[in-house]
Design a protein around this ligand. Structure first.
Ligand code: FAD
Length: 476
């Protein structure tokens, strides 16, 4: 973490002006106060900033941005700081400010007739879920980081997670956005309209733009009926091809009720069993692969339908064994086996990550091909591909060989990425399914994205941020 001293009179003047807008307590300049904003979950990036500014309202955000625009000072927006591609971390040489939205966490309105909830950008995702639950509805975005990540960050990254198979990603869950533009003007787009064909979809510009086109300050989120019955199974099966056939069958039998279809390899389960306290294998014997399948139904009988589905799948030889959660505690235990995967992998040493998607039908071939290539390049490396099979999104993670040197293994990050992304490209896939581009994949994007698409992205950036002060060095 680099602490940049406010050495010039201009810097000192800027900090005093920020203090006048948000109050001295909400401008952090001490290294110890800023440290938490300048490091990130994977410890791949360490930042440096002039200061951290914590506005409490949209008007304050606008005033801060206007000042930055006049001074040409870069702004790095930050929500919960759970992003996995370094988008929320400022590069020291930019002498940027971190603009933390964490104080803006108000619920502005719930409109049950419109089925919407208007919240400020700094509201933590779990709090948004709880607000929806309180009025008997659901907000179905669901990530393992939901206790810390914010709605603003979720929209800025177009977050995915486990519910995408049923509800889509963050983009599909929002009707309106309020954002502060690079010159400090406010785009007041908090529309609740489901139908509005008055020109370009402007809110869409800010969703997935990772803070490079505007600062999201509030959003109108869609609410959904709360599932009345949830049924969850932990299923052992021989291969990803069988998992795909099970998905097909589940779609036939349970259609829109499938709310999660997560793939876990045996090695991943072994890691969790070794490192997560109290974790237990729900099945009697080992299996090569597992699926965590959940149905969320609006009428009773979800468990019966799941049992029927499992019996059918067993009859067709697609699955080897399965356990059905008999209580909420058991359901949570099953989910823990999925949610603890990243942490358990961290305890196994260095891990080279990929967040890729390919057409769902190609997942078995992708896994086979990528596995062969990585095993040849890095003998002994342990493959832990897991994730949202139902969305074609695999976290293709590669753990270091047992006993190998962690840093030497991680030094091969770009080389292994290149190999895996080569296979992804052959299947017409994406190098970032849900985590975004940030700084981690910025150079990669230039290599794989269609040149016309890159031109359009640059044109948008120039138009919305002519001085290049919004999250420079990220995405493009
Ligand atoms: C344990 C764990 C599990 C995760 N699981 C998933 C998962 O399943 N699916 C998934 O998609 N992601 C996942 N993530 C990644 C991360 O949680 C998401 O990207 C999340 O949406 C980031 O939200 P945040 O508030 O923490 O944003 P931050 O990390 O603070 O910022 C992320 C990006 O958004 C920008 N930004 C933040 N707030 C704003 C704003 N108000 N306006 C404009 N730009 C803004 C930042 O500049 C940065 O580029 C996981 C992370 C962890 C640590």
């Amino acid at each position: 973490v680099t602490s940049l001293s406010a050495s010039t009179p201009q810097d000192r003047g800027l900090i005093a002006a920020f203090e006048a807008i948000v109050g001295p307590a909400n401008v952090l300049t001490q290294p110890s106060d800023m440290a938490a904003y300048l490091t990130e979950p994977r410890d791949l990036f360490r930042g440096g900033a002039l200061c951290v500014v914590r506005p409490g309202s949209t008007a304050e955000v606008a005033a801060v941005v206007r000042l930055c625009s006049e001074a040409a000072t870069p702004i790095v927006p930050q929500g919960g700081n759970t992003g996995l591609v370094g988008g929320q971390i400022p590069a020291p040489e930019d002498r940027a400010i971190v603009l933390s939205l964490q104080r803006m966490r108000a619920l502005r309105e719930i409109d049950l007739a419109s089925n919407t909830m208007t919240v400020e950008a700094g509201m933590v995702l779990a709090a948004a879920q709880a607000e929806a639950d309180r009025v008997g509805r659901a907000f179905p975005l669901s990530l393992a980081s939901e206790g810390s990540c914010t709605i603003g960050g979720n929209l800025a990254t177009n977050a995915g997670g486990t519910g995408v198979i049923a509800y889509g990603s963050a983009r599909d869950l929002v009707l309106g956005v309020e954002a502060v533009l690079a010159d400090g003007r406010i785009y007041a787009g908090l529309s609740k309209l489901k139908k509005d064909n008055t020109g370009y979809d402007l809110k869409a510009l800010f969703i997935g733009s990772e803070g490079t086109l505007g600062i999201i300050t509030a959003a109108v989120l869609k609410l959904f009926p709360k599932p009345r019955a949830v049924a969850t199974a932990f299923i052992g099966l021989p291969s990803p091809a069988d998992a795909l056939a099970l998905l097909d069958l589940a779609r036939d039998k349970a259609g829109g009720e499938i709310t999660a279809f997560e793939l876990i390899p045996r090695l991943g389960l072994d890691f969790v069993l070794a490192h997560a306290q109290g974790a237990r294998d729900p099945l009697a014997g080992p299996h090569q692969w597992y699926i965590l399948l959940e149905l969320g139904a609006h009428e009773e009988g979800a468990a019966d339908r799941l049992l029927e589905l499992l019996a059918d799948a067993a009859g067709r030889g697609l699955i080897e064994d399965a356990a059905l959660a008999a209580s909420e505690t058991q359901r949570r235990d099953f989910w823990r086996l999925r949610d603890e995967l990243s942490e358990a992998q961290r305890r196994e040493g260095g891990s080279i990550k990929h967040d890729v998607s390919v057409p769902i039908a190609d997942i078995p071939a992708f896994l086979e091909e990528a596995g062969r290539i990585v095993a040849t390049a890095a003998p002994g490396a342990r493959l832990v591909p897991f994730g949202h099979l139902g969305d074609g999104n695999i976290h293709y993670n590669v753990s270091q060989p047992v006993g190998a040197d962690r840093d030497a293994f991680l030094a091969r990050w770009a080389e292994i990425n290149f190999l895996v992304h080569g296979v992804v490209a052959r299947y017409g896939g994406s190098i970032s399914a849900e985590h975004g581009i940030g700084q981690l994949k910025r150079d990669l994007l230039g290599e794989v994205k269609d040149p016309v698409a890159l031109d359009l992205m640059r044109a948008l950036k120039r138009t919305l941020d002519p001085k290049g002060i919004l999250n420079p060095g990220k995405v493009i």
